[in-house]
Every structure is written in structure tokens, then in C-alpha cells.
Write a protein that binds this ligand. Structure first.
Ligand code: SAM
Length: 270
């Protein structure tokens, strides 16, 4: 018997945001492994899905992997879903998938709802490049490390409403006050809201307005302004007068202007 295992995205708020194929697949399943059976039951009841539900969350994933493999070996069809959106996107599933791949079991993944892509598709951007970091760490130090690492890339993260203001304040303290931010709140739901503004204006807005619900944030990529070559050459000349070596000059100027080190090095040799 051929084992069938599916990864199935579920809605991130609006219960109608599920594909026809996802419903068909869930209806064909013997079992659905879900984070919380009470949450998934709402969906299965709505769509008349008769599969048996059992929990599979981050605290029992390893042990559930054994159960899932044994059921698949008996020819059962199983789907993995999370409470909302796409499994494995800041949700459990990695441990299980590793075990399935070790056993050479085919995994079929269905496309569907996800807060990251729903948010990205409503944000005008200069570039396609983005970094998704999942839930942003809580400590200011770790937040700044990761946001600095991706400062030239649009950087998306999940955050709790209770921590949003303090995270934005950390950004305001460490980056320019006009750093562009987008906040998506309650996407696909009744009180859906998308705000795009400077970090200082977003803080002011949320200090005055209710901040409840589910949140996704994007820090827009910091634009790199190319320093004109003539200006770079002037600075190089000044450092040469002070007897700095070409290597040190390249290091200093590239740090100060964010310009490529090799380019500066070549200019120092001209
Ligand atoms: N697997 C999900 C996905 O595909 O987006 C994400 C699961 S993660 C545990 C839950 C977090 O995703 C929430 O705390 C929130 O940051 C974000 N999120 C989920 N639904 C959202 C929505 N409707 N609007 C905004 N953010 C949402």
C-alpha cells in the first residue's frame, strides 16, 4: 500500500481561505496531525472533513513521528496542519519531516495561506529580496544583531502585540528615526490593518490606537547611497597624507561609507 503524507496550509484568520485541493486532500485523509485538535476541529466541522484528529505539537513531535510512520507503513493517509497558515513556517513539523525523509517517505506539500506571503503581497517594494526571521528574539541585543545583519534587505518578522512598541522603540534607538516600517495586523480578518510609515510615526500611531491581534512586521531595506568616486578619492588622499597603508585605508573608508573594500583598495593604488 502506498503511504500518503501531506503538508496542508489552513486559513490565517478567514475560514474561507483554504484551497479546494486542501479540502479534497483533508477529506481523503484517515488522520490529521494538528497542533491543537480543538482549533482544527472548527475547520473540519465547517468543511465536513471526517478524518480522525490527533495532536502533534512542538512538545510531542518526536514521539508522534513514530506513530505517524507506523500509520503510514500500514497504508494510511495523513496530513499535517498547524493552528493557522503553513506548517513549518514558525510552526512545528521539522522534526517529523526529518524522520519521514530518513524513511524515504514521500512528502506532498500544498500551497496556501501564510502570514508572510499575504503581508508581502500588499507591500510595495523596490526589491524582491527579503529575509524572514520568524519570531524576533526578545532581547534588545539579539534584536539589533539580527536587524543589523539584514539592514540592507527587507526584513520580516512575527511579533506579539504586547511587545511591538518596545521592539519598535529599540529600532528607533538604534536606527534612523525615518526607518521605514510596515505593520500588518489581523490580516484576512475583520479588523485587518496595514500601516506603512517611519518607525517614529508607527510608534505614535500605536500609542494612540488599540494594539491587539496578530502582528507581522517588515523593516524596509536601508537604501545604500553610492558615495561619488571623487569624494572617496579626496578621503583617500587625506589618509595617505597621514601615512595610512592602502590596506588600512580600504578598511576605514569601506566601514565609513559602506563601499566595497576592494574597490577602495584599487583606488588607493591609482
Ligand atoms: N504558520 C503561520 C503562517 O504560515 O503564517 C505562522 C504561525 S506563528 C506560530 C503565528 C504568528 O504568525 C502570529 O503570532 C503572528 O505574528 C503571525 N500571524 C499569523 N496570522 C496572522 C494574521 N492573520 N495577521 C498577522 N499576523 C499573523
Amino acid at each position: 500500500m502506498s503511504a500518503q503524507f501531506y503538508i496542508v496550509p489552513t486559513p490565517i484568520g478567514n475560514l474561507s481561505d483554504i484551497t479546494l485541493r486542501a479540502i479534497e486532500v483533508l477529506k481523503s485523509c484517515d488522520y490529521i496531525a494538528c497542533e491543537d485538535t480543538r482549533v482544527t476541529r472548527v475547520l473540519t466541522d465547517k468543511y465536513g472533513i471526517g478524518a480522525k484528529l490527533f495532536d502533534c505539537h512542538k512538545f510531542n513531535e518526536k514521539e508522534r513521528s513514530e506513530k505517524i510512520i507506523s500509520l503510514l507503513e500500514k497504508g494510511k493517509t495523513i496530513a499535517l496542519v498547524s493552528d493557522a497558515g503553513t506548517p513549518l513556517i514558525s510552526d512545528p513539523g521539522s522534526v517529523l519531516l526529518k524522520e519521514l525523509l530518513n524513511k524515504n517517505i514521500k512528502i506532498t506539500s500544498l500551497p496556501g495561506a501564510c502570514a508572510v506571503t499575504t503581508f508581502l503581497s500588499v507591500l510595495p517594494r523596490e526589491s524582491e529580496e527579503f529575509a524572514f526571521i520568524g519570531f524576533i528574539p526578545r532581547s534588545k541585543k539579539e534584536q539589533m544583531e539580527i536587524l543589523n545583519k539584514y539592514k540592507h534587505t527587507n526584513c520580516i518578522f512575527y511579533e506579539a502585540p504586547t511587545r511591538l512598541i518596545s521592539t519598535l522603540q529599540n529600532i528607533l534607538e538604534n536606527f534612523d528615526a525615518d526607518t521605514k516600517i510596515a505593520v500588518g495586523r489581523e490580516l484576512t480578518k475583520l479588523y485587518e490593518e496595514v500601516k506603512i510609515d517611519s518607525v517614529q510615526n508607527i510608534i505614535k500611531y500605536y500609542e494612540k490606537n488599540t494594539l491587539k491581534g496578530e502582528i507581522v512586521v517588515m523593516v524596509y531595506a536601508k537604501e545604500t547611497v553610492e558615495t561619488p568616486e571623487i569624494e572617496l578619492k579626496q578621503k583617500i588622499a587625506l589618509l595617505k597624507e597621514e601615512n595610512f597603508s592602502p590596506k588600512d585605508i580600504a578598511k576605514i573608508i569601506s566601514k565609513l561609507y559602506g563601499t566595497n573594500k576592494n574597490k577602495i583598495y584599487k583606488l588607493t593604488l591609482e
